[in-house]
Design a protein around this ligand. Sequence first.
Ligand SMILES: [Zn+2]
Length: 380
Amino acid sequence: MEIVARRFDTAEPVTLAIAEGRIARIEPLPRKEGSDSLPWIAPGLIDVQVNGYGGQDFSAENLTVERVAEIAVSMDGFGVTRFCPTVTTQSFACMAHALATLHRACEEMPRLAYRMPGFHVEGPYLTAEDGARGAHPLAHVRPPDFDEFQQFQEVAGGRIRIFTMSVEFDGAADFVRRVAETGVVVAIGHTAATPEQIAAAVDAGARMATHLGNGSHAMLHRHRNYIWPQLADDRLMASLICDGFHLPPDVVKVFVRAKGVERCVLVSDLAGVAGLPPGRYQTDFCDVEILDSGKLVVAGQREALAGAGLPIGAGVANVMEFAGVGLADAVAMATANPARVLGLPPPRLEPGEPADLVLFDLDGGFRVRRTIVSGDERAA
Ligand SMILES: [Zn+2]
Protein backbone atom coordinates (compact mmCIF):
# COMPACT_ATOMS: atom_id res chain seq x y z
CA MET A 1 0.00 0.00 0.00
CA GLU A 2 1.31 3.47 -0.87
CA ILE A 3 0.01 6.71 0.53
CA VAL A 4 0.69 10.27 -0.57
CA ALA A 5 0.19 12.79 2.22
CA ARG A 6 1.76 15.60 4.24
CA ARG A 7 3.69 14.75 7.39
CA PHE A 8 2.01 16.14 10.51
CA ASP A 9 5.35 17.22 11.98
CA THR A 10 7.12 18.89 9.07
CA ALA A 11 4.28 19.51 6.57
CA GLU A 12 6.53 17.83 3.99
CA PRO A 13 4.69 15.95 1.21
CA VAL A 14 5.76 12.30 1.22
CA THR A 15 5.03 8.90 -0.25
CA LEU A 16 4.70 6.35 2.50
CA ALA A 17 4.78 2.64 1.74
CA ILE A 18 3.36 -0.03 4.04
CA ALA A 19 4.36 -3.68 4.06
CA GLU A 20 3.67 -6.44 6.57
CA GLY A 21 1.98 -4.14 9.03
CA ARG A 22 4.84 -1.68 9.20
CA ILE A 23 5.99 1.50 7.54
CA ALA A 24 8.39 0.23 4.87
CA ARG A 25 9.54 3.52 3.31
CA ILE A 26 8.94 7.23 3.51
CA GLU A 27 10.15 9.30 0.57
CA PRO A 28 9.91 13.05 0.24
CA LEU A 29 8.00 14.45 -2.71
CA PRO A 30 8.81 17.77 -4.31
CA ARG A 31 6.48 20.49 -3.06
CA LYS A 32 4.33 21.62 -5.93
CA GLU A 33 0.98 23.14 -6.58
CA GLY A 34 -1.69 21.03 -4.95
CA SER A 35 0.60 19.84 -2.11
CA ASP A 36 -1.45 21.91 0.31
CA SER A 37 -4.56 19.92 -0.46
CA LEU A 38 -2.98 16.57 0.43
CA PRO A 39 -4.30 15.00 3.63
CA TRP A 40 -2.16 15.12 6.74
CA ILE A 41 -0.66 11.87 7.96
CA ALA A 42 0.21 11.11 11.60
CA PRO A 43 0.56 8.13 13.90
CA GLY A 44 -2.83 6.77 14.96
CA LEU A 45 -4.40 8.53 17.93
CA ILE A 46 -4.32 6.91 21.38
CA ASP A 47 -7.26 7.71 23.67
CA VAL A 48 -6.78 6.62 27.30
CA GLN A 49 -10.37 7.34 28.34
CA VAL A 50 -13.24 5.80 26.37
CA ASN A 51 -16.27 4.77 28.44
CA GLY A 52 -18.16 3.19 25.57
CA TYR A 53 -19.84 4.22 22.33
CA GLY A 54 -23.00 3.94 20.27
CA GLY A 55 -25.33 3.21 23.18
CA GLN A 56 -23.05 0.74 24.98
CA ASP A 57 -21.17 1.52 28.20
CA PHE A 58 -18.18 -0.67 29.02
CA SER A 59 -19.45 -0.59 32.62
CA ALA A 60 -22.97 -1.80 31.85
CA GLU A 61 -24.20 -5.18 33.03
CA ASN A 62 -25.07 -6.25 29.48
CA LEU A 63 -21.52 -5.87 28.08
CA THR A 64 -20.49 -8.72 25.79
CA VAL A 65 -17.31 -9.53 23.86
CA GLU A 66 -19.18 -8.75 20.62
CA ARG A 67 -20.10 -5.28 21.85
CA VAL A 68 -16.50 -4.61 22.85
CA ALA A 69 -15.44 -5.54 19.31
CA GLU A 70 -18.08 -3.22 17.82
CA ILE A 71 -16.90 -0.29 19.91
CA ALA A 72 -13.31 -0.92 18.80
CA VAL A 73 -14.48 -0.80 15.17
CA SER A 74 -16.26 2.51 15.89
CA MET A 75 -12.88 3.98 16.84
CA ASP A 76 -11.77 3.55 13.21
CA GLY A 77 -14.00 6.46 12.30
CA PHE A 78 -12.03 8.72 14.65
CA GLY A 79 -8.45 7.92 13.69
CA VAL A 80 -8.08 6.16 17.03
CA THR A 81 -5.89 3.11 16.58
CA ARG A 82 -5.44 2.28 20.28
CA PHE A 83 -7.51 3.15 23.33
CA CYS A 84 -8.15 2.30 26.96
CA PRO A 85 -11.66 1.03 27.61
CA THR A 86 -12.68 2.78 30.81
CA VAL A 87 -14.69 1.10 33.52
CA THR A 88 -16.39 3.46 35.94
CA THR A 89 -17.97 3.34 39.40
CA GLN A 90 -20.54 0.59 39.91
CA SER A 91 -21.06 -2.33 42.27
CA PHE A 92 -18.18 -4.80 42.52
CA ALA A 93 -20.16 -7.37 40.55
CA CYS A 94 -20.84 -4.97 37.71
CA MET A 95 -17.27 -3.67 37.46
CA ALA A 96 -15.89 -7.21 37.69
CA HIS A 97 -18.20 -8.30 34.85
CA ALA A 98 -16.96 -5.39 32.72
CA LEU A 99 -13.29 -6.12 33.40
CA ALA A 100 -13.69 -9.87 32.88
CA THR A 101 -15.52 -9.29 29.58
CA LEU A 102 -12.85 -6.88 28.35
CA HIS A 103 -10.14 -9.37 29.33
CA ARG A 104 -11.98 -12.17 27.50
CA ALA A 105 -12.31 -9.95 24.42
CA CYS A 106 -8.53 -9.49 24.41
CA GLU A 107 -7.89 -13.20 24.89
CA GLU A 108 -10.27 -14.21 22.10
CA MET A 109 -9.25 -11.53 19.63
CA PRO A 110 -5.55 -10.63 19.50
CA ARG A 111 -6.45 -7.64 17.38
CA LEU A 112 -8.48 -6.24 20.29
CA ALA A 113 -5.64 -6.91 22.71
CA TYR A 114 -3.44 -4.77 20.47
CA ARG A 115 -6.00 -2.00 20.15
CA MET A 116 -6.69 -1.94 23.90
CA PRO A 117 -3.18 -1.88 25.39
CA GLY A 118 -4.56 -1.37 28.88
CA PHE A 119 -7.77 -0.81 30.78
CA HIS A 120 -8.54 2.38 32.67
CA VAL A 121 -10.55 2.05 35.87
CA GLU A 122 -12.08 5.32 37.07
CA GLY A 123 -13.60 4.73 40.48
CA PRO A 124 -15.08 3.49 42.67
CA TYR A 125 -12.76 5.24 45.20
CA LEU A 126 -13.97 8.73 44.36
CA THR A 127 -15.33 11.61 46.39
CA ALA A 128 -18.98 11.50 47.43
CA GLU A 129 -19.26 15.28 47.11
CA ASP A 130 -21.65 16.61 44.48
CA GLY A 131 -20.01 18.28 41.51
CA ALA A 132 -16.63 16.67 42.07
CA ARG A 133 -18.26 13.25 41.87
CA GLY A 134 -19.54 14.04 38.38
CA ALA A 135 -21.87 11.38 37.00
CA HIS A 136 -20.46 8.59 39.21
CA PRO A 137 -23.35 7.11 41.23
CA LEU A 138 -23.36 8.17 44.89
CA ALA A 139 -24.55 4.72 45.95
CA HIS A 140 -21.34 3.11 44.72
CA VAL A 141 -18.48 5.52 45.48
CA ARG A 142 -16.46 4.24 48.43
CA PRO A 143 -13.11 4.52 50.22
CA PRO A 144 -10.11 2.61 48.83
CA ASP A 145 -9.89 -1.12 49.47
CA PHE A 146 -6.67 -2.79 48.30
CA ASP A 147 -8.17 -6.28 48.36
CA GLU A 148 -10.92 -5.14 46.04
CA PHE A 149 -8.38 -3.44 43.76
CA GLN A 150 -6.45 -6.71 43.55
CA GLN A 151 -9.65 -8.56 42.67
CA PHE A 152 -10.35 -6.04 39.90
CA GLN A 153 -6.86 -6.60 38.54
CA GLU A 154 -7.25 -10.36 38.78
CA VAL A 155 -10.51 -10.55 36.82
CA ALA A 156 -8.99 -8.11 34.31
CA GLY A 157 -6.14 -10.55 33.72
CA GLY A 158 -3.66 -7.92 34.91
CA ARG A 159 -4.68 -5.55 32.10
CA ILE A 160 -5.57 -2.52 34.26
CA ARG A 161 -2.97 0.14 33.40
CA ILE A 162 -4.53 3.37 34.72
CA PHE A 163 -6.40 3.73 37.99
CA THR A 164 -8.19 7.02 38.70
CA MET A 165 -9.08 7.73 42.31
CA SER A 166 -9.61 10.50 44.81
CA VAL A 167 -6.82 10.94 47.32
CA GLU A 168 -8.89 12.56 50.07
CA PHE A 169 -9.35 9.38 52.13
CA ASP A 170 -7.45 8.36 55.27
CA GLY A 171 -4.57 6.18 54.18
CA ALA A 172 -4.91 7.29 50.55
CA ALA A 173 -1.18 7.92 50.11
CA ASP A 174 -0.38 4.43 51.35
CA PHE A 175 -2.96 2.98 48.95
CA VAL A 176 -1.47 5.00 46.08
CA ARG A 177 1.98 3.62 46.92
CA ARG A 178 0.76 0.03 46.92
CA VAL A 179 -1.07 0.40 43.60
CA ALA A 180 1.83 2.27 41.98
CA GLU A 181 4.20 -0.50 43.11
CA THR A 182 2.17 -2.97 41.02
CA GLY A 183 3.09 -0.94 37.93
CA VAL A 184 -0.34 0.66 37.48
CA VAL A 185 -0.44 4.40 36.75
CA VAL A 186 -2.34 6.08 39.58
CA ALA A 187 -4.28 9.12 38.43
CA ILE A 188 -6.01 11.69 40.63
CA GLY A 189 -9.59 12.57 39.73
CA HIS A 190 -13.07 13.29 41.05
CA THR A 191 -11.50 14.49 44.27
CA ALA A 192 -12.14 16.83 47.18
CA ALA A 193 -8.56 16.43 48.41
CA THR A 194 -6.62 19.23 50.11
CA PRO A 195 -3.40 20.53 48.54
CA GLU A 196 -1.48 18.56 51.21
CA GLN A 197 -3.29 15.35 50.27
CA ILE A 198 -2.49 15.95 46.60
CA ALA A 199 1.19 16.46 47.44
CA ALA A 200 1.26 13.30 49.58
CA ALA A 201 -0.35 11.28 46.78
CA VAL A 202 2.19 12.48 44.24
CA ASP A 203 5.04 11.76 46.65
CA ALA A 204 3.55 8.27 46.97
CA GLY A 205 3.62 7.74 43.20
CA ALA A 206 0.50 9.29 41.59
CA ARG A 207 1.49 10.32 38.06
CA MET A 208 -1.53 11.75 36.28
CA ALA A 209 -4.37 14.19 36.84
CA THR A 210 -7.47 12.79 35.17
CA HIS A 211 -9.44 15.34 33.09
CA LEU A 212 -7.97 18.21 35.09
CA GLY A 213 -10.53 20.92 35.78
CA ASN A 214 -13.50 18.58 35.34
CA GLY A 215 -15.03 16.33 37.94
CA SER A 216 -14.58 19.38 40.15
CA HIS A 217 -16.74 21.46 42.48
CA ALA A 218 -18.53 24.37 40.82
CA MET A 219 -17.06 26.70 43.47
CA LEU A 220 -13.54 26.42 44.93
CA HIS A 221 -11.32 28.41 47.27
CA ARG A 222 -9.28 30.69 45.04
CA HIS A 223 -5.90 29.52 46.33
CA ARG A 224 -6.31 26.48 48.53
CA ASN A 225 -7.83 23.98 46.13
CA TYR A 226 -6.82 20.78 44.35
CA ILE A 227 -6.34 22.27 40.89
CA TRP A 228 -3.29 24.51 41.47
CA PRO A 229 -1.11 21.79 43.06
CA GLN A 230 -1.97 19.33 40.28
CA LEU A 231 -1.15 22.00 37.73
CA ALA A 232 2.09 22.97 39.46
CA ASP A 233 3.57 19.53 40.11
CA ASP A 234 5.72 18.52 37.15
CA ARG A 235 5.55 14.88 38.19
CA LEU A 236 1.89 14.78 37.11
CA MET A 237 0.78 14.45 33.52
CA ALA A 238 -2.65 16.00 32.97
CA SER A 239 -5.39 14.60 30.79
CA LEU A 240 -7.64 17.23 29.26
CA ILE A 241 -11.05 17.03 27.61
CA CYS A 242 -10.77 19.66 24.87
CA ASP A 243 -14.19 19.19 23.31
CA GLY A 244 -15.09 22.87 23.66
CA PHE A 245 -17.66 22.10 26.37
CA HIS A 246 -15.71 20.71 29.32
CA LEU A 247 -13.10 23.46 29.61
CA PRO A 248 -13.30 27.05 28.37
CA PRO A 249 -10.62 27.89 25.77
CA ASP A 250 -8.70 30.19 28.13
CA VAL A 251 -8.51 27.45 30.77
CA VAL A 252 -7.15 25.03 28.16
CA LYS A 253 -4.53 27.58 27.19
CA VAL A 254 -3.46 28.17 30.80
CA PHE A 255 -3.33 24.44 31.55
CA VAL A 256 -1.25 23.69 28.45
CA ARG A 257 1.13 26.57 29.18
CA ALA A 258 1.53 25.57 32.84
CA LYS A 259 1.93 21.85 32.25
CA GLY A 260 3.92 22.15 29.04
CA VAL A 261 2.95 20.27 25.88
CA GLU A 262 4.94 17.20 26.96
CA ARG A 263 2.79 16.69 30.08
CA CYS A 264 -0.62 17.11 28.42
CA VAL A 265 -2.69 14.16 27.25
CA LEU A 266 -5.84 14.70 25.24
CA VAL A 267 -8.73 12.35 26.03
CA SER A 268 -12.24 12.13 24.65
CA ASP A 269 -13.91 10.66 27.78
CA LEU A 270 -16.55 9.41 25.31
CA ALA A 271 -19.74 8.34 27.09
CA GLY A 272 -21.60 5.18 26.17
CA VAL A 273 -24.37 7.21 24.54
CA ALA A 274 -21.89 9.08 22.34
CA GLY A 275 -22.64 8.49 18.69
CA LEU A 276 -26.40 8.31 19.17
CA PRO A 277 -28.59 10.99 17.55
CA PRO A 278 -29.66 14.05 19.59
CA GLY A 279 -32.37 13.18 22.11
CA ARG A 280 -33.00 11.88 25.61
CA TYR A 281 -31.59 8.58 26.83
CA GLN A 282 -31.92 6.58 29.99
CA THR A 283 -28.66 4.89 30.97
CA ASP A 284 -27.62 2.75 33.93
CA PHE A 285 -26.04 5.90 35.36
CA CYS A 286 -28.47 8.76 34.78
CA ASP A 287 -30.92 10.29 32.29
CA VAL A 288 -28.93 12.16 29.69
CA GLU A 289 -29.71 14.35 26.76
CA ILE A 290 -27.63 14.82 23.64
CA LEU A 291 -28.09 18.35 22.32
CA ASP A 292 -27.86 19.28 18.65
CA SER A 293 -24.38 20.72 19.29
CA GLY A 294 -23.14 17.29 20.42
CA LYS A 295 -23.04 18.50 24.03
CA LEU A 296 -24.09 15.80 26.48
CA VAL A 297 -26.03 17.03 29.51
CA VAL A 298 -28.11 15.73 32.39
CA ALA A 299 -31.64 15.49 30.92
CA GLY A 300 -33.61 18.70 31.23
CA GLN A 301 -30.56 20.87 31.86
CA ARG A 302 -28.26 22.79 29.57
CA GLU A 303 -25.11 23.16 31.65
CA ALA A 304 -24.61 20.04 33.82
CA LEU A 305 -22.36 17.85 31.69
CA ALA A 306 -23.12 14.14 31.72
CA GLY A 307 -20.10 12.97 29.77
CA ALA A 308 -18.48 13.68 26.46
CA GLY A 309 -19.78 13.09 22.98
CA LEU A 310 -16.94 14.18 20.70
CA PRO A 311 -13.94 12.05 19.70
CA ILE A 312 -10.35 12.86 20.63
CA GLY A 313 -9.67 14.35 17.19
CA ALA A 314 -11.95 17.25 18.08
CA GLY A 315 -9.52 17.93 20.92
CA VAL A 316 -6.56 17.93 18.53
CA ALA A 317 -8.18 20.66 16.43
CA ASN A 318 -9.44 22.59 19.47
CA VAL A 319 -6.17 22.61 21.39
CA MET A 320 -4.46 24.19 18.37
CA GLU A 321 -7.02 26.97 18.42
CA PHE A 322 -7.43 27.32 22.20
CA ALA A 323 -3.78 27.02 23.28
CA GLY A 324 -2.11 28.26 20.10
CA VAL A 325 0.00 25.13 19.65
CA GLY A 326 1.03 23.74 16.27
CA LEU A 327 -0.19 20.52 14.70
CA ALA A 328 2.91 18.54 15.72
CA ASP A 329 2.38 19.42 19.39
CA ALA A 330 -1.37 18.81 19.27
CA VAL A 331 -0.81 15.37 17.72
CA ALA A 332 1.86 14.56 20.32
CA MET A 333 -0.76 15.17 23.03
CA ALA A 334 -2.88 12.44 21.43
CA THR A 335 -0.10 10.00 20.44
CA ALA A 336 3.36 10.18 22.05
CA ASN A 337 2.17 11.52 25.41
CA PRO A 338 -0.58 8.96 26.05
CA ALA A 339 1.87 6.27 24.86
CA ARG A 340 4.28 7.45 27.56
CA VAL A 341 1.55 7.20 30.20
CA LEU A 342 0.92 3.61 29.13
CA GLY A 343 4.61 2.73 28.94
CA LEU A 344 4.39 2.12 25.18
CA PRO A 345 7.16 3.14 22.76
CA PRO A 346 6.46 6.59 21.30
CA PRO A 347 4.66 6.22 17.95
CA ARG A 348 6.77 7.76 15.20
CA LEU A 349 6.36 8.30 11.49
CA GLU A 350 9.52 6.42 10.54
CA PRO A 351 10.37 3.28 8.53
CA GLY A 352 10.16 0.15 10.65
CA GLU A 353 7.46 1.57 12.94
CA PRO A 354 4.03 -0.13 13.15
CA ALA A 355 1.68 1.14 10.44
CA ASP A 356 -0.86 2.63 12.83
CA LEU A 357 -1.81 5.76 10.97
CA VAL A 358 -4.46 8.38 10.53
CA LEU A 359 -5.00 10.49 7.42
CA PHE A 360 -7.01 13.61 8.05
CA ASP A 361 -7.86 17.12 6.96
CA LEU A 362 -7.93 20.15 9.22
CA ASP A 363 -10.86 21.80 7.65
CA GLY A 364 -13.09 23.35 10.28
CA GLY A 365 -12.13 20.52 12.63
CA PHE A 366 -10.33 17.18 12.56
CA ARG A 367 -11.78 15.30 9.57
CA VAL A 368 -10.63 11.69 9.37
CA ARG A 369 -10.08 10.38 5.84
CA ARG A 370 -8.56 6.97 6.61
CA THR A 371 -7.45 4.99 9.63
CA ILE A 372 -4.88 2.23 9.29
CA VAL A 373 -4.24 -0.28 12.08
CA SER A 374 -1.21 -2.60 11.79
CA GLY A 375 -1.19 -1.92 8.06
CA ASP A 376 -4.87 -2.72 7.59
CA GLU A 377 -7.06 -0.08 6.08
CA ARG A 378 -10.09 0.65 8.22
CA ALA A 379 -13.18 2.36 6.88
CA ALA A 380 -13.47 5.92 8.18
ZN1 LIG B 1 -14.40 11.32 35.13
